[in-house]
Design a protein. Structure first.
Length: 507
């Protein structure tokens, strides 16, 4: 009686829960009893035969080569292999004198004709897999062109079955958005973000905290902006699922990851570190503590600028901030004039032009596709430019969806003016870190020339200085074109400045 191994296989673990493996085992057992064969060891596998490298299959082959059995019994040819490499290994067994049987195929693998029949069936099985793969790729590509993501939803979204877009997970979705927002502050390295999100309760679909790799992949995933990008091919598609974050937030995250922005940690937290440069040799003024005082020193030995004490720099900052002061009455008058301006502007509001901007982006996408078809550009260039245009389109759509609320804009401007009405007092009451941020956002061209300290207000503060006196006066008459144009310019500048400050959440 021959001693043989028995091999059963299904493609997935889910199939293994059914009767397929048992049916194969029963057929092999019946074949063995009929042909005077004893099955000494069973090898059961739940892997596709389309790919090479099945661990149990390879382990079984090693045992056969070592002479641990006289032969091998398999249910059918397509259970053994669906690729030519593994089928060649089966042939090598027969060439080495090891008997190979197929319980459901009436062929003699030891004869030339039987071997030929088996080879033909193996080729058909391999071709079936090849055709199935092509059809699957076509189906996946079709879904992607529809804006559907045919794979498992990333963390923060939930699956809704085939043919339906992913929807935002009500629990994990807000946490993913918070993770993006936290990273843009520059205060969280990746490991710090891993720890923070673990404390906030963000987990994967199997209930585990996100790993460092998981956080990095999430921060780099365009899917959260409403754009689908296939990493393997680099192709991008416009998704129909609801975006979890804005395109602007995603781009700010990428800038932080690239090191183009973000806060740096230093050992000595001096108030004006890195803010002032020598006006003569353009060298950074480096802070150092001596005898209880902090000095900022130019590092060029031959430069006439030597050192300046921190108190002198602070005095210059206070002199700058003191010139920017508003009273409550000024703010009330500005608020009233702004609301009248908004009301008048709303009546004369031109047609929305965002649709035109969207049309321009769509035209550029079509032109880009034509260039790819005409081989003017390669596929990598096409995908890179397409991604950029899709992000631009998303930004326009986000802007288009935002309805202009006059009261909200006017209230934001009022709150902004309340913040900056007494910058000098705000500075004096701030901590060292807050003082540093305030100097950074309110001043520019910060120079020390010998013992003279020079600094100018930032552009947004200059815009406020120019707009406020004009807005504190009476509204211009309707026929005063020059004054009306100036009013439009100042209000638009003020609105822009306010939006920037509130977006960045500066003091």
């Amino acid at each position: 009686m021959k001693r043989c191994f028995g091999y059963t296989r299904v493609s997935t673990a889910k199939q293994g829960e059914g009767v397929s493996l048992e049916a194969q085992k029963e057929a092999i057992t019946t074949f063995a009893e009929t042909n005077d064969i004893t099955i000494t060891t069973w090898f059961e596998e739940k892997e596709t035969a389309a790919k090479r490298g099945r661990p149990i299959f390879n382990a079984m082959l090693r045992q056969l080569r070592l002479g641990r059995a006289d032969g091998l019994v398999i249910h059918k040819i397509d259970r053994s292999a669906r690729n030519f490499a593994d089928w060649a290994k089966i042939g090598d067994l027969a060439d080495a004198g090891i008997d190979v049987y197929f319980a459901s195929e009436s062929l003699d693998f030891r004869s030339r004709g039987g071997r030929l029949s088996a080879d033909i069936q193996a080729v058909i099985a391999a071709d079936y897999i090849r055709n199935l793969r092509e059809e699957c790729i076509k189906g996946i590509h079709g879904r992607l062109k529809q804006g559907l993501y045919p794979f498992n939803a990333p963390i923060g979204y939930v699956n809704n079955g085939g043919g339906k877009p992913k929807t935002i997970d009500p629990v994990r979705g807000p946490l993913i958005k918070q993770m993006f927002e936290l990273y843009t502050t520059g205060e969280y390295p990746i490991w710090g973000l891993v720890s923070e999100m673990k404390q906030l309760g963000l987990t994967t679909s199997v209930g585990r905290p996100l790993s460092k790799t998981g956080v990095e992949k999430t921060l780099n995933n365009l899917f959260y902006t409403g754009i689908i990008k296939i990493k393997r091919t680099g192709q991008v598609y416009k998704g129909i699922h609801e975006p979890l974050i804005s395109a602007g937030l995603f781009e700010r995250v990428q800038k932080v990851k690239a090191g183009k922005c973000g806060k740096k940690v230093t050992k000595h937290n001096h108030t004006f570190r890195g803010l002032f440069r020598c006006g003569l040799c353009d060298t950074a003024m480096i802070p150092e503590r001596q005898k209880g005082y902090i000095y900022y020193r130019c590092q060029s030995k031959s430069c006439p600028t030597k050192t300046v004490r921190e108190e002198r720099i602070e005095e210059a900052v206070l002199n700058l901030l003191t010139t920017h002061k508003l009273s409550n009455l000024d703010i009330d008058v500005i608020d009233q004039n702004l609301r009248e301006w908004f009301d008048e502007r709303e009546k004369q509001k031109p047609p929305e032009i965002s649709h035109l901007n969207l049309a321009k982006v769509d035209d550029r996408l079509d032109t880009l596709a034509d260039k790819l078809i005409d081989h003017v550009i390669d596929d990598n260039t096409y995908q890179r430019k397409k991604q950029k245009l899709l992000l631009q389109r998303k930004s326009i759509e986000e802007t288009q969806r935002k309805s202009i609320n006059i009261d909200e804009v006017a209230n934001n401007i009022r709150k902004f003016l309340e913040r900056v009405k007494n910058l000098c007092l705000t500075y004096q009451m701030a901590t060292s870190t807050e003082k540093r941020e305030l100097v950074k956002i309110t001043s520019s061209n910060r120079l020390v020339s010998e013992r003279n300290i020079v600094l100018a207000p930032q552009k947004w503060l200059q815009a406020v200085d120019a707009a406020v006196p004009f807005l504190c006066g009476a509204p211009p008459p309707a026929n005063s074109r020059r004054r009306r144009d100036m009013l439009n310019q100042y209000v638009e500048e003020l609105v822009k400045v306010t939006q920037i400050q509130f977006t960045n959440d500066n003091p």
